[in-house]
Design a protein around this ligand. Structure first.
Ligand SMILES: NC(=O)c1ccc[n+]([C@@H]2O[C@H](COP(=O)([O-])OP(=O)(O)OC[C@H]3O[C@@H](n4cnc5c(N)ncnc54)[C@H](OP(=O)(O)O)[C@@H]3O)[C@@H](O)[C@H]2O)c1
Length: 249
């Protein structure tokens, strides 16, 4: 039986990815900052572990408790929307600490066992915002683009050990807690001189009905985990595929 460890399973994509793999007879290690037993169906193939990807001790404890794993899904992430002038440096650091450094630290923690076994898959969830520039998302996009670039180099370096690296790029998914979680971080409001752009962007999003569903992301992660011939980058969601096919980077 194969084992997947997923970060950020308390809601959204992480929770759906955990359900998807459980339904397909995998052993699932669903990790959460604050473990909750009631969000996933009970199963003897499910372990729920505490894990904060920003905390080295928490990473070490979770990896030790997890035992051998076959697939790591770096899904935990935080969002933020504002012009750079309205983004405090502490917020910039927070975003990189979770989205970029958290992914790198988790990857480092599983690599010894993957390399020794000459098997394993690392799946990094980034975003289709990395495919084209967008207003108000400079820092978030930079944090996810860094993961794309990191993954590309890492894939080359790990090929010799038969360890695969894949990137799954979701589009916009208003059904997860991502927007709500991001808004909680945006306490100072939008930078005033950028008001017109903010209004335009928010209006455009409301008109846009093509979105990504959590199930699209779970399917993308499943493909990355189970199909060695899957592409390195996997857009997940109807809007994501459209964006990916018209990418400028
Ligand atoms: N929704 C979108 O539109 C969208 C689009 C493209 C990409 N993405 C990416 O998809 C991933 C999942 O997002 P989502 O939409 O499912 O949002 P979500 O519902 O907010 O889920 C994010 C998860 O990450 C966890 N998390 C945050 N900081 C963490 C940390 N330091 N350590 C461990 N876990 C942490 C959250 O846990 P807590 O409950 O403890 O906060 C939560 O479980 C993120 O990487 C996000 O950047 C989202």
């Amino acid at each position: 039986m194969k084992t997947v460890l997923i970060t950020g399973c308390s809601s959204g994509f992480g929770l759906e990815i955990a359900r998807y793999f459980l339904d397909r007879e995998w052993r699932v290690i669903a990790t959460m900052r604050t473990p909750r037993e009631d969000v996933l169906p009970r199963s003897d193939r499910l372990s729920i572990l505490a894990l904060d990807v920003r905390d080295p001790q928490s990473i070490r404890k979770a990896i030790d408790a997890a035992g051998p794993i076959d697939v790591l899904v770096n899904n935990a992430g935080i969002g933020f929307l504002n012009a750079l002038e309205g983004t405090p440096m502490d917020t910039v650091r927070d975003i990189f600490e979770t989205n970029t450094l958290g992914t790198i630290a988790m990857t480092q923690a599983v690599l010894p066992q993957f390399r020794e076994r000459r098997a394993g898959v690392i799946i990094n969830v980034t975003s289709t915002v990395t495919c084209r520039p967008l207003h108000l998302l400079s820092v978030y996009t930079a944090s996810k683009s860094a993961v794309n670039a990191f993954s590309e180099s890492l894939a080359l370096e790990l090929e010799q050990f038969n360890v695969r690296v894949r990137v799954v790029l979701p589009g916009r998914a208003p059904s997860t807690r991502f927007g709500e979680n991001a808004r909680a971080r945006m306490t100072d409001g939008f930078a005033e001189p950028y008001g017109a752009i903010v209004q335009q962007i928010l209006e455009n999003w409301q008109k846009d009905t093509t979105v990504t569903h959590a199930s699209d992301v779970a399917e993308g992660v499943w493909l990355a985990a189970t199909d060695a011939s899957s592409p390195f980058m996997i857009p997940a969601g109807e809007d994501a595929i459209e964006w990916y096919n018209t990418r400028t980077r």
